[in-house]
Design a protein around this ligand. Structure first.
Ligand SMILES: NC(=O)C1=CN([C@@H]2O[C@H](COP(=O)(O)OP(=O)(O)OC[C@H]3O[C@@H](n4cnc5c(N)ncnc54)[C@H](O)[C@@H]3O)[C@@H](O)[C@H]2O)[C@H](O)CC1
Length: 285
């Protein structure tokens, strides 16, 4: 007799589907393989980050037609992806106004420092403080004449753990409120992980959650997204279901050998792909 899960899905099929999503630990190991050149050609972190920023910028510009972008950058490499995206957007859409909130700054990290320099000196990106960002979010709910604005969440990626700490609490709370309230002309994008979500367990169970309009998973989706894409695995909340319509995977780094190593055979983007991102519609094809 075949075993079935509570959802009625055969256990073997569920295992295969699970293989399309990375745990936080597997995501870290995969990124180490990419930089070390194990089962693939070696790429520097800088090359990976710039490619991720480029592909995520393409997906964002394809989805959002406005000219006003606010990029929220966290302290790690997810924030670095955000800086790379900000520069790409400002360079490609010359009429755009691109603002970056980067509260921790680059510190002594040379790569982040170079991305900040490029944003300022080659792309006319403006760096803004917390009050300015909170004002830009608040205005969405109060101004009747709001023009379209895109908020890009590059706060935390697959190394996020525990409860959000300062200096990110107020802005992340405001983002949650923004996407659950009556915000006008607002489009939200998350890079790799919707910030505040547990990378392995998914969205918090209590209170309002931040659900972006577009999620750009980098290289492969992480475990927190599993219920977005496979309704058979559970009963996702209605807004989470809606997000499944706009979930893309970007970054053409996967070789067949890496797919086999991490059980990612179902991910359609490979190293020789001519597309920068693809919609992730794994289960409904
Ligand atoms: N595969 C690819 O295409 C690429 C993925 N990249 C991106 O890298 C991130 C993972 O980067 P990492 O630096 O490991 O982690 P984070 O960005 O999540 O940031 C870690 C940073 O955050 C702090 N932190 C953790 N938890 C909290 C918290 N609760 N409150 C406040 N601060 C927190 C922690 O201390 C660290 O400072 C991946 O998701 C991709 O976006 C690469 O760019 C390469 C290409």
């Amino acid at each position: 007799m075949r075993t079935r899960g509570a959802s009625g899905t055969p256990a073997r099929a569920r295992r295969a589907r699970d293989g399309a999503f990375l745990t936080s630990d597997a995501a870290r190991r995969l990124d180490e393989d990419l930089t070390a050149g194990r089962a693939c050609e070696a790429r520097s972190l800088e090359a990976l980050m710039r490619a991720a920023g480029r592909a995520a910028a393409t997906a964002t510009l394809d989805a959002f037609g406005g000219t006003d972008f606010v990029v929220l950058c966290g302290p790690g490499n997810n924030g670095g992806d955000g800086l790379a995206l900000a520069r790409e957007v400002a360079t490609r859409r010359r009429d755009a106004r691109v603002s970056v909130w980067y509260p921790k700054g680059a510190g002594t990290n040379e790569l982040y420092g170079e991305l900040v320099r490029e944003c300022r000196e080659t792309a006319n990106v403006e760096f803004v403080d917390e009050d300015a960002v909170l004002g830009m979010m608040r205005e969405r709910a109060t101004s009747a004449a709001a023009t379209p604005r895109c908020f890009v969440d590059a706060l935390f990626g697959f190394s996020f753990k525990g409860a959000v700490r300062a200096p990110f609490v107020n802005v992340l709370n405001a983002l949650v409120a923004l996407t659950n309230g009556d915000a006008r002309e607002t489009f939200t994008v998350s890079l790799d992980i919707p910030s505040g979500w547990d990378v392995d367990a998914g969205a918090p169970d209590d209170g309002d959650i931040f659900v972006p309009d577009l999620l750009v998973s980098l290289t492969a989706p992480k475990q927190c997204c599993a219920t977005l894409d496979d309704p058979a695995r559970g009963e996702p909340r209605p807004r989470v279901k809606r997000m499944a319509q706009t979930h893309v995977v970007a970054g053409t780094f996967l070789t067949d050998a890496l797919c086999e190593k991490y059980g990612l055979e179902q991910i359609p983007l490979r190293v020789d792909s001519d597309r920068e991102y693809v919609p992730l519609d794994l289960w409904r094809r």
